[in-house]
Design a protein around this ligand. Structure first.
Ligand code: BEZ
Ligand code: FE
Length: 301
């Protein structure tokens, strides 16, 4: 018969899980149990606090819809998403390749296709800019036909998913690079915005006296066969929250600023930003789109 105490409970749980057939699941769950038990011992978690924590996680789950992923948001504000990205980058990202950044909760599959030079904004409210550049491999060869997905807020800091009718797609688009991997598209300069603060994660962020803002940015996903999918974002250096992103997404190499009279700007009457994306080779040789749609996490039936 087991007669468990504060320390032997952990051992008993690990013993019961020892026959887990999937070795990776076993490794992950063993570490999770050890750490969560150590955490409870360290903070001397009381039953009331335990229940409060369960209530919090329940509320996070209840906030999720096909249009809103509160668990990803929780991972983001705790820095877990950034940490996972950094570890992913440290394994298999070519040194020369573009750094990654957070996918965030607002990515959508099958955004409207736009021609090179087209606009991703249906009703321009802010400063129109052009973003152009080339997608290359680490040796600098253009990646012909690379697919680029971009998505951002409007000039008021709202994603299409936050608008009255979230089924309408706007401020996002898909474009295909030319034979040399070159691309350009028009958009409006986004503004920084608050992460959704009307749910349990927002309440936590407020209790922690954090501002809840992300600096203005444009999300970019680049995919091409034979290359590792790149999920990143470009951040505007003049944003007041560039050094205090609530979800820790900014890297120095991803900071941009628009300027007039930029050499090579294919639409020289607009302020331009040149950014070249460098893809790593795919470790399995296949590469291309891996699939990153957060709404797929929702039950369908
Ligand atoms: C975003 O950039 O879209 C985002 C990322 C993390 C949390 C909320 C929003
Ligand atoms: Fe964003």
């Amino acid at each position: 018969m087991q007669d468990l105490d504060i320390d032997s409970t952990t051992k008993a749980v690990l013993e019961q899980m020892a026959l887990t057939t999937d070795p990776r699941l076993r490794e992950i769950m063993e570490a999770a149990v050890r750490h969560v038990h150590d955490f409870a011992r360290e903070v001397k978690l009381t039953p009331e606090e335990w229940l409060k924590g369960i209530g919090f996680l329940t509320a996070v789950g209840q906030m999720c819809t096909p249009y809103r992923q509160e668990f990803i948001l929780l991972s983001d504000v705790l820095g877990l998403s950034r940490l996972v990205n950094l570890m992913h980058d440290s394994q298999g990202r070519d040194e020369a390749a573009t750094e990654t950044s957070l996918l965030g909760p607002f990515f959508r599959e099958k955004a409207p296709e736009i021609a090179l030079g087209g606009s991703i904004i249906s009703a321009m409210k802010g400063e129109e800019i052009v973003i152009f550049g080339q997608v290359t491999d680490p040796a600098g060869h253009g990646v012909a036909g690379a697919e680029i997905d971009v998505w951002q807020t409007d000039a008021e800091g709202q994603y299409d998913l936050q608008a009255n009718d979230p089924s309408v797609m706007d401020m996002r688009g898909r474009l295909r690079c030319d034979a040399e991997g070159r691309f350009h598209f028009r958009t409006e300069k986004p503004v920084g915005y608050s992460i959704p603060m009307d749910g349990p994660v927002g309440a936590l962020v407020r209790q922690q006296s954090r501002h809840g803002f992300r600096p203005a940015h444009i999300h970019v996903l680049v995919a091409a066969p034979g290359h590792r999918e790149l999920i990143t974002a470009l951040y505007f250096g003049d944003d007041p929250h560039i050094d205090s992103d609530t979800v820790f997404g900014v890297s120095a190499s991803l900071v941009i600023t628009q300027s007039a009279g930029l050499e090579g700007n294919p639409l020289p009457n607009l302020p331009g930003i040149r950014y070249d994306f460098t893809l790593s080779p795919a470790s399995d040789g296949a590469g291309g789109r891996v699939g990153s749609d957060p709404s797929k996490l929702m039950p369908t039936g």
